[in-house]
Every structure is written in structure tokens, then in C-alpha cells.
Design a protein around this ligand. Structure first.
Ligand code: DX5
Ligand code: ZN
Length: 222
């Protein structure tokens, strides 16, 4: 399966975001991972749909919008209209509203012709989102607790990746995108890919690198 590298612009200079996105494309990134934080679901606030709209003209790469926000369904329209190609929403933010809210939100995303995905935190069993796998274009397994870049990969997540790939295969979706987000480095990417992930988010590994194109290639396993 082709490995896709999705650098997170959380680690970029927010005053030069357009140029950062262009640099990532020039360096061989496959997607641009946009970390949206609302100061409530997670403590920090990053940016909203306006940022997605403003970076859209700077790249032809898919914009992978990771919503770390409460009440995500109410924001889908804005991110879809801003030019998101895929939007992922947290199981935890949805489950506290109602049993059906995650499914409704994924359907809302799809209604705009945008790809959708569900996210679980490191301490949430991936089985909790098995019921929406048929609806998802991607599932995102957090390998750090969301909120901050530069944290250490939580090893226990590796077994969840294998479970997620196994379940995707069992329902006839062997090529479903399985994304891993948090603490991905050149040192652990091989283990993550071997476990069954094919989309790797990397913030600090790419932005702290002296040569982003070399790092992106290494993360992809080249
Ligand atoms: C965490 C975000 C990430 C993360 C990636 O809340 O979702 O995308 O910051 O950054 P690194 O690669 O530095 O862990
Ligand atoms: Zn993220």
C-alpha cells in the first residue's frame, strides 16, 4: 500500500502559513494536515475555517482537516466550503452528545462531497468506532493525547493499528486509509507502517528537520 505523509502545519510559523504549505508540497508531502483546536475539547486554540480557506490556493495537495473541537457537526459546512478534502472528527467529542452524533456528523461531511473520518484518542478502544468503519474514508488513531505537537509516541497504539487494519480487511475495505497522529519520527515510522498504517502525520519531525524533503522521504520508507 502506498504510504502517504501528512505534515502537520501546527509546527509551522503561523505568520507565513501559505509559504509553509507550498514548501511542504515542494518537499514531497502527500497531504497537508490541519490541526483545528477550539480551546475546549483541547486546551489550545489554533485556527478555524478561515485558515483553511487562505491556504487553499497555495497547494494542490489534499487538505486533511483534523477537528479537535466540541460540537463538530455545526462547523462542517464552514470547513467544507473553505476547501477541506477530508475532515476527521473525534469519537470523544461526538459520544458525549449522543449515540448517533458521530454517524450524523460523518454523513454531514459526506453530504458536501468531502471525505470523512473518525478519530480515537490513545485511551479509547478502536472497537468503539468499528460501527462507522463502513462510512469512513479514513480512521485516525491518535498516538499522543491531542493538544500539542512534539509529544512522545504512545507504544500501546501500535496494537490498535493492527486491529484497525484487520477489521477494515474483514469488512471488505483492505485499502481504507489508517492515519496515525502524534510522535511519528524517522525512528518509529517503520513499526507504524508494519502494523498497518498508511497515512503518517508528522509535525515536529518535518519542521525541526534541516531538510524536510529528506525527512519526508525517510518517513515514507524510501
Ligand atoms: C496533536 C495534533 C498533531 C500533532 C503532530 O494534537 O493532532 O497533529 O501535533 O505533531 P508531532 O508530529 O510533533 O507529534
Ligand atoms: Zn492532528
Amino acid at each position: 500500500m502506498a504510504i502517504k505523509i501528512a505534515p502537520s502545519i501546527l509546527s509551522a510559523d503561523f505568520s507565513r502559513m501559505g509559504a509553509a504549505v507550498k514548501m511542504l508540497e515542494d518537499c514531497g508531502a502527500d497531504m497537508i494536515h490541519c490541526d483545528v483546536m477550539d480551546g475546549s475539547f483541547v486546551a489550545p486554540i489554533t485556527f478555524g475555517a478561515q485558515m483553511v480557506k487562505n491556504i487553499r490556493p497555495w497547494t494542490g495537495l489534499p487538505l486533511d482537516v483534523h477537528l479537535m473541537i466540541e460540537h463538530p457537526k455545526s462547523q462542517i459546512k464552514f470547513f467544507a466550503e473553505a476547501g477541506a478534502d477530508i475532515i476527521t472528527v473525534h469519537y470523544g467529542a461526538c459520544a458525549k452528545i449522543s449515540q448517533t452524533y458521530l454517524r450524523e456528523t460523518l454523513e454531514e461531511i459526506k453530504s458536501f462531497g468531502v471525505k470523512c473520518g473518525a478519530v480515537v484518542n490513545p485511551d479509547v478502544p478502536v472497537e468503539n468506532i468499528f460501527s462507522v468503519f463502513p462510512l469512513c474514508d479514513m480512521v485516525l488513531l491518535m498516538s499522543v493525547f491531542p493538544g500539542y505537537g512534539g509529544q512522545k509516541y504512545i507504544e500501546e497504539v501500535t496494537a490498535k493499528i493492527t486491529k484497525a487494519r484487520g477489521y477494515a480487511c474483514s469488512i471488505g475495505k483492505p485499502n481504507m486509509d489508517i492515519e496515525v497522529d502524534g510522535g511519528v519520527t524517522e525512528a518509529n515510522c517503520a513499526e507504524i507502517i508494519k502494523a498497518g498504517a498508511n497515512v503518517l502525520v508528522a509535525g515536529s519531525a518535518v519542521f525541526n528537520s534541516p531538510d524536510a524533503s529528506v525527512t519526508i522521504a525517510k518517513l515514507r520508507g524510501i
